[in-house]
Design a protein around this ligand. Structure first.
Ligand code: ATP
Ligand code: MG
Length: 395
């Protein structure tokens, strides 16, 4: 008997007008992620089917588990839609499983099949009771729920359903840019944004020699971990040293972080526009540090009109850490390399910054030209999924 992985679209089906686009995108994302494996993929309006070689099932499932837009999947036996054939296959399958209670559920999408669903479930139940000793039907809490989905040419038989990652297929909601630092929060923010179907570029500010190449490599590793959930990621590395040094020369100590973050937002917006990204995402979390009080956030946000998505804004640090562990970014994030935010941290960053003081300090240096310079000297690295064997390209 052949087995297939059968994918159920779940939430996608509520997107009436866009459904075809969502399904087609999911299809090409799956195809892309299963590259290099011996699989055949096809789809119809309610399901996608992946035929695989038995020896590669584990690998297929481990990749499927990282694809957004898959809500549920099963590993099903695929048999011809033929009444007697289905019965004998069901019996073979059930004889190979250890169980004491069961229930049969039949779905008949092909109405030309001669037996109605309920009757067929009863017939199959009777057959199992007659041929397998010591088992009973339990319609409320069965140990084994045997599903039989009858379609025009083939019938799919399965007992276990698995939860997928959920969310929307990557790319279906457009492009955004993630401010990715080496910390715990921003990779989690990236993951949650990707989950909503937003494809991401990443931007990282470095201030060499105040920050190290190790700090950059850490960000590359984090981007690679995020790439597992999307295709490739463009990581824009911004040379930030000149601007940062100017800030620390010209602004009062307590305003340095506020001004620095205003500069980061300005640059991020410019890079977003050049790369056709519609939104900025970052790892800000309300109240976590001085620059994340509501006053700080609004003074910092003042420099951009682009929507800013803050997926972890309302999560506690422990909740963020839980997700970071689950998506395997935590261990990398806690490596001890200095970030450009931490190198220059003043003793008492302002928690209620005033806009007019920001203007005053910013006007003490030619930040506009420095920003243009920084953007023109960005180093963009193409980050590939770990499963992709081709080398990283430097654009
Ligand atoms: P994280 O744990 O993600 O570093 P954090 O709690 O340390 O966050 P901040 O350093 O204030 O917070 O930064 C808030 C957000 O600003 C980060 O989550 C990230 O999105 C962005 N950010 C901070 N530093 C950088 C950087 N060097 N490059 C790119 N983005 C940055
Ligand atoms: Mg940080």
């Amino acid at each position: 008997m052949n087995r297939v992985v059968m994918i159920k679209y779940g939430e996608l089906t509520t997107k009436k007008g866009n459904r075809k686009f969502f399904v087609n995108t999911l299809y090409s994302n799956i195809k892309n992620k299963l590259k290099g494996l011996n699989v055949r993929i096809h789809k119809d309006i309610s399901r996608m089917y992946i035929e695989f070689s038995d020896s590669e099932l584990d690998e297929v499932l481990s990749r499927i588990n990282n694809i957004f837009g898959i809500h549920e999947y099963v590993v099903a036996y695929k048999v011809d839609t033929d009444l007697e054939g289905i019965k004998s296959n069901v019996l073979d399958i059930m004889k190979n499983i250890k169980f004491s209670t069961f229930k049969v559920e039949t779905k008949r999408s092909d109405k030309s099949f001669p037996v109605p669903s309920l009757d067929f479930s009863r017939q199959l139940g009777g057959l199992i009771l007659k041929n397998i000793e010591g088992v009973k039907v339990d319609v409320h809490n069965p140990e084994i729920l045997l599903n039989v989905e009858i379609r025009e040419f083939f019938t799919y038989i399965y007992t276990n359903e698995y939860k997928g990652l959920g969310g929307y297929p990557n790319g279906t909601l457009g492009n955004g840019i993630l401010m990715l630092s080496g910390g715990i929060d921003s990779p989690v923010a990236g993951y949650l944004t990707l989950k909503r179907g937003v494809k991401l570029d990443c931007i990282y500010f470095e201030a060499i020699p105040h920050t190290s190449i190790e700090a950059r490599n850490k960000v590359i590793t984090l981007a690679k971990k995020l790439a597992k959930y999307t295709s490739e990621i463009k990581l824009h590395v911004v040379p930030f040293t000149e601007i940062q040094e100017a800030i620390y020369r010209e602004a009062e100590d307590d305003y340095c972080i506020t001004i620095m973050r205003r500069m980061m937002y300005r640059i991020t917006e410019e890079v977003a526009k050049r790369n056709k990204c519609m939104v900025i995402a970052n790892g800000e979390s309300i109240g976590q540090v001085a620059s994340q009080t509501l006053t700080s956030m609004s003074v910092i946000n003042e420099v951009t009109n682009m929507p800013v998505i803050r997926p972890v804004a309302c999560l506690d640090k422990l909740e963020i850490i839980d997700i970071a562990k689950r998506i395997d970014t935590y261990e990398t994030s806690i490596l001890p390399f200095e970030d450009c935010c931490t190198v220059f941290v003043p003793k008492h960053p302002v928690i209620n910054p005033k806009l007019n003081l920001c203007y005053e300090y910013e006007n003490r240096f030619d930040y506009k030209n420095m920003i243009i310079d920084a953007v023109n000297n960005i180093n963009t690295i193409i980050i590939k999924d770990e499963k992709d064997n081709s080398f990283e390209d430097i654009l």
